[in-house]
Structures are given as structure tokens and as C-alpha cells.
Design a protein around this ligand. Structure first.
Ligand code: ATP
Length: 573
């Protein structure tokens, strides 16, 4: 990733580095000018014109410094920001293409930290690190050269003796800083996870009046985050004064050895002041040594974390997309399924035939595998060959995107975006915006929407919070209908509306789109009793199947479930 970027944008770095070196060279002349002014002032009759020229020279050098800094910033920091933007884009495009298995396993907060903190560290590595590296090498070499040439080599050698100690201190502490920084990164991830989950699940926290527990967990995590930050700050806090102390030691060396040289007229007072200024200029590159190593280590850790996401592969192997006339005939032969990475058999020896235009219902106990099978039909998880055939083709040979273009799957808890109801319904195709009312009517949510102040332009709050559960579910059905696919799967997505409305919606769907295959997963048997085929799931297997009358006459699981629901309904009335 980094290599590719540098290969493409090496010229930006080259321009930046040239400006950086120019700035470093200009910087060297300022102490010299100051030294010369001091020497002129130190004479019996100072030449004011010469002093003015020197001051003007300093101003010009400062202007040059400013211009140079602007250009190296634009080139190097600009390149680093471009790298940051491209990495975000790469990460996002990669994640969005990953399959369900990835999202089942990765926590949102952790992903967010990789997007934010880790990419930020990489950006620093591509910007500040380059600057520090060039400055450390170039500024140190040039300053030493200037000190020796402009002042005195012996004094230079003696005064810089303590400075490598700063680099050693910086390196020594750098190891701790790296370890503590990594710890801080992990704590940041954990804190993001907790915050994200609590904000997303705020309804649950409120309903269970569980503030204390959640606050306790949050307090713990933020305390851990704080502690690890303080541990990092402590190392920084110790390192800086120590490095400064050594820097002061170098100044004492200048006074101790340079002072007598001034008295003995070996160097001028201006030379002495110049040396002091050069020493000040050397402290920063020495301190940067540890920072440099530290930033490289942090950058490597962040690069590993970002690459970990980029290396995630889809568990479903997709063949190239070859579109064909989608009919929606599914044939399932002895299907057995375990979720990726799990040993538990969730579906066991399933056999089924779904014909185009039919209404199919999956019913059965919770956790019996109904949703899993629905997800397999839209290829959200991988299955072995020769188990699911779509229009005569092994599902493994059909591109998943093509399937999902032709099959609308409405999951149990569907997500709505924070945009208008109209935009949400026309999500799959903006051109459908004119027809959203039609789909809303089919989903029996039009009247509800018309009662809102802004009607179809009502902004849906995050996760559909401004709509009631039933309204939200019906808007998601309207959104699925706007896809105009040949098949629609309603996965228990009408649980928040009453049985009559659920029955009404299903009936309307069947009437309006006779050729559409409708697969309904529901716990309410009354709502799906008109289905052409009803499959009764039990512990990952199909216990019974047939139409309502056939299943009733069998007097099996379906019969007892139906009777139980009938009695419950009668009791309610
Ligand atoms: N992503 C997953 N990874 C591992 N196991 C899973 C995953 N999703 C579901 N399961 C397991 O698969 C089994 C079947 O779940 P599934 O959601 O298909 O049941 P269901 O019949 O649709 O239930 P419900 O009626 O409650 O929606 C359950 O035991 C569940 O724990």
C-alpha cells in the first residue's frame, strides 16, 4: 500500500524534501547574522548601516523560511493527507464488498478505530515522519558543519558531546512509549465499541433502566482509557525534561569552554552566541530520533491493523457476473449447513422446491433455521456444491449480486437511513422516487406517512427512530418492493404489525404481483395459511410440509401450533 503510493507520488516528496533542505540551509544563516550583529555592537563605534543591512538580511531569511515552509507543508503534508484519504476510500470500498460473515464477526467500534486512529497514525508516518527523518539527518549534519566552519571545530566537538545522550534517552523511552501507545490504541477500540453499542442500544438501556450497569461498564472502560493515557503521558513527561536537561548540559559546555575562548580572543562574542543558538537547533533533531523510531513502530502496528481488514476475504466465492433471465426456481437437495467458523449444524438435510410465482411460508420454533435458509437463498453465506440450484444452476456458479438484484430480502430488523422516507423507499433506484407512494400503499404505510407533518419528506431519525416499529417495518417492505425484483423474502419483518394488517399486506402483495415469488417467514400461522407451500422447521430440519389443509389433517406440529394460536386469539377476544 505504502510502496504503491510512493511509487506514484514520489515527485511530491522530492519537491517537499528539496524545500525542506532549503529551509534547513536558510535556518543556519540566522544565528550567523545574529552573531555578526553582536560583534558589530561589541565594537567602539558600531556601524549602524551594516547592522541595518544585517537585520534586513534576517528579515529576508525569515521570509524565505516562511515561503519554504509553506511549500514543504503543501507537498509533504498534502501527500500524507492524500494517502489518508485514499486509505479511507480503500478501506471503505473493501469493507462494503465483504460478505455477512465479516460483519457477524467484527465489532463496529473496532472497525471505527482502524478507520480513525490507525489511519491517522499512518498519515503521520507518511508526513511528519518524512519531515523528521530529513530534518534529523540534514539539519544535524548542516548545523555541525556550520558550527565548525563559522565558529570553531574544537568548540563544536566539545559542545555537542552531551547531545547523543538525548538520542539515547529518546530511544530508551521510545520503547515504553510504543508499548503504551499500543495499549492506548486497544483501549480506544474498546471504548469506541462500548460507546457505539450503548448509543445504538440506548432503547434497551432505557427500557431496562440499566443505566447503572452500563454506566459502570462505561466508567470502567473510560477509566482504563484514562489510565493508559496517563501512563503514556508519564513517559512523555519524564522524557522531555530529561532531554532538556541534557540540552542545558550542552549549553553549560559552551559556557565552560567557549567563555574562556572569548576572553582569550580565540573566538568573538558573536561566535559564542552563534554556538549557543546552533546547540538549541540541535536539540530538536536529537529528540526526534526516539520519536522517529517510535512513529515507525506505531506506524507498523497501525499498518498491520489496517492490512488485517484489507486482507479479509469473502467466505462466499463469487463467480464473474453473467446475467440471465431470472425465473426464481430454487431446488434444494440434502442441504446441510454450518455457519463459517462454527461446528454446529444449523440446517440438516433440507430438501425443497420453490417454483416461480408461488407463495412459500417458513414457520416453526425460534432458532430452527428459517432465517438461515432465507439468507442462503440470497447467497449471504457459502454452501457446498450441488445443494442449492437456482434456475437449474448450482448457486455457487451464480453471482451473488445478480441474485440480490432479483431477490429482495427484508430481514427481521431492517435498517433505515437518516434521510427522508421518500429517499429511503427509493434507496435502490432514485428513479423510483415518483413511485414511492405506490409502494407505500402496497405496504399499507401510505396513510401513516400522510399523517406526518412533512409527509414523504419526513426525515427518518437514526435507525428509524422517529417511526413506530410497525411503520418502520412497512417502510422497509416498501423499499424492497421499489427494487421491483422477481422474488421477495419477508423474514419475520411484520412482527410489529397486528395479524390482520400482516394478512392484508401479504394478500395485497399476492394480488398486485401475481408472477412474484413471495417467501414469508412468520410466527403467525394465520397470516400465511394461504401459502402454496408451508414448510415447518424444527431444530434445523423440515418436520412437515404441504398446504394449510394438508398440514392440519396431518395433526402434527403445525396442527398443534395452529390450534394453540387459535385458542390464544379466542382468549384475547
Ligand atoms: N451468524 C451466525 N453465526 C453462527 N450461528 C448463527 C448465526 N446466525 C444464527 N445462528 C444460529 O443458527 C440457528 C438458526 O438461527 P435462525 O436465525 O436461522 O433461526 P430462525 O428459525 O430464523 O429463528 P427466529 O424465528 O427466532 O428468527 C440458531 O441456533 C442461531 O443461534
Amino acid at each position: 500500500m505504502i510502496k504503491e503510493f510512493i511509487k506514484k507520488y514520489w515527485w511530491r516528496y522530492l519537491i517537499g524534501i528539496l524545500f525542506l533542505i532549503t529551509v534547513d540551509i536558510i535556518q543556519l544563516f540566522i544565528p550567523r547574522q545574529i552573531g555578526s550583529i553582536v560583534d558589530l555592537l561589541n565594537t567602539q563605534s558600531p556601524n549602524l548601516n551594516q547592522i541595518k543591512t544585517l537585520i534586513f538580511g534576517i528579515i529576508m531569511l525569515a521570509v524565505g523560511l516562511g515561503i519554504g515552509r509553506v511549500f514543504w507543508r503543501i507537498s509533504i503534508i498534502g501527500a500524507a493527507r492524500l494517502f489518508e484519504y485514499q486509505t479511507w476510500k480503500k478501506l471503505f470500498n473493501h469493507i462494503i464488498g465483504l460478505d455477512q460473515d465479516f460483519f457477524d464477526k467484527w465489532r463496529t467500534g473496532d472497525l471505527m478505530t482502524r478507520f480513525t486512529s490507525d489511519v491517522l497514525v499512518l498519515m503521520r508516518m507518511m508526513g511528519i515522519l518524512v519531515i523528521m527523518l530529513v530534518d534529523t539527518i540534514v539539519l544535524t549534519t548542516l548545523t555541525l558543519f556550520a558550527m565548525g566552519n563559522f565558529v570553531n571545530w574544537r568548540l563544536t566537538f566539545i559542545s555537542v558531546l552531551p547531545l547523543p545522550l538525548i538520542a539515547i534517552i529518546s530511544l530508551f523511552f521510545g520503547r515504553f512509549i510504543h508499548r503504551r501507545f499500543r495499549e492506548l490504541q486497544e483501549k480506544t477500540s474498546e471504548l469506541s465499541n462500548i460507546t457505539e453499542e450503548n448509543v445504538s442500544g440506548v432503547d434497551v438501556v432505557k427500557l431496562y433502566s440499566n443505566y447503572d450497569t452500563m454506566q459502570g461498564i462505561f466508567d470502567n472502560k473510560s477509566q482504563e482509557f484514562y489510565n493508559s493515557y496517563i501512563r503514556l503521558v508519564k513517559v512523555w513527561g519524564l522524557m522531555f525534561p530529561l532531554a532538556m536537561l541534557v540540552g542545558q548540559l550542552a549549553i553549560i559546555f559552551v559556557f565552560n569552554f567557549g567563555g574562556p575562548m572569548v576572553i582569550n580572543n580565540q573566538i568573538t562574542l558573536g561566535d559564542f552566541i552563534m554556538t549557543n543558538q546552533y546547540i538549541g537547533m540541535l536539540i530538536w533533531p536529537m529528540m526526534a530520533v526516539g520519536n522517529l523510531i517510535n512513529l515507525i513502530q506505531r506506524g507498523r502496528a497501525s499498518l498491520r491493523r489496517v492490512n488485517e481488514v484489507l486482507e479479509q476475504k469473502n467466505s462466499v466465492k463469487e463467480p464473474p457476473r453473467k446475467d440471465f433471465e431470472f425465473q426464481g426456481h430454487y431446488q434444494i437437495n440434502h442441504l446441510t449447513f454450518k455457519y463459517p467458523g462454527s461446528q454446529r449444524v444449523v440446517l440438516n438435510d433440507i430438501n425443497m422446491n420453490i417454483n416461480p410465482g408461488e407463495m412459500i411460508a417458513f414457520v416453526g420454533r425460534i432458532g430452527s433455521g428459517k432465517s438461515t435458509l432465507a439468507k442462503l437463498l440470497v447467497k449471504l453465506y457459502p454452501v457446498d456444491r450441488e445443494q442449492i440450484f437456482l434456475d437449474g444452476k448450482d448457486i455457487n456458479d451464480v453471482n451473488g449480486e445478480f441474485i440480490r438484484d432479483n431477490v429482495s430480502y427484508v430481514p427481521q430488523d431492517s435498517f433505515l437511513f437518516s434521510m427522508t422516507i421518500r429517499e429511503n423507499i427509493a434507496f435502490s433506484d432514485e428513479k423510483m422516487e415518483d413511485k414511492v407512494e405506490e409502494f407505500a400503499k402496497l405496504s399499507h404505510v401510505h396513510d401513516d406517512i400522510m399523517s406526518f407533518e412533512n409527509k414523504y419528506d419526513t426525515i427518518v431519525g437514526e435507525r428509524g427512530a422517529t417511526l413506530s416499529g410497525g411503520q418502520r417495518q412497512r417502510v422497509t417492505i416498501a423499499r424492497a418492493l421499489a427494487k421491483r425484483s422477481k422474488m421477495i423474502i419477508l423474514d419475520d419483518c411484520l412482527s410489529a404489525v397486528d395479524t390482520e394488517t400482516e394478512e392484508e399486506i401479504i394478500k395485497t402483495l399476492r394480488q398486485q404481483a401475481e408472477d412474484k415469488t413471495i417467501l414469508v417467514i412468520s410466527h403467525r400461522l394465520k397470516a400465511v395459511k394461504n401459502a402454496d407451500q408451508i414448510y415447518v422447521f424444527d431444530d434445523g430440519q423440515i418436520a412437515e410440509h404441504g398446504n394449510h389443509n394438508q398440514l392440519i389433517s396431518r395433526e402434527g406440529i403445525y396442527y398443534s401450533m395452529y390450534m394453540k394460536q387459535l385458542i390464544e386469539k379466542n382468549l384475547e377476544e
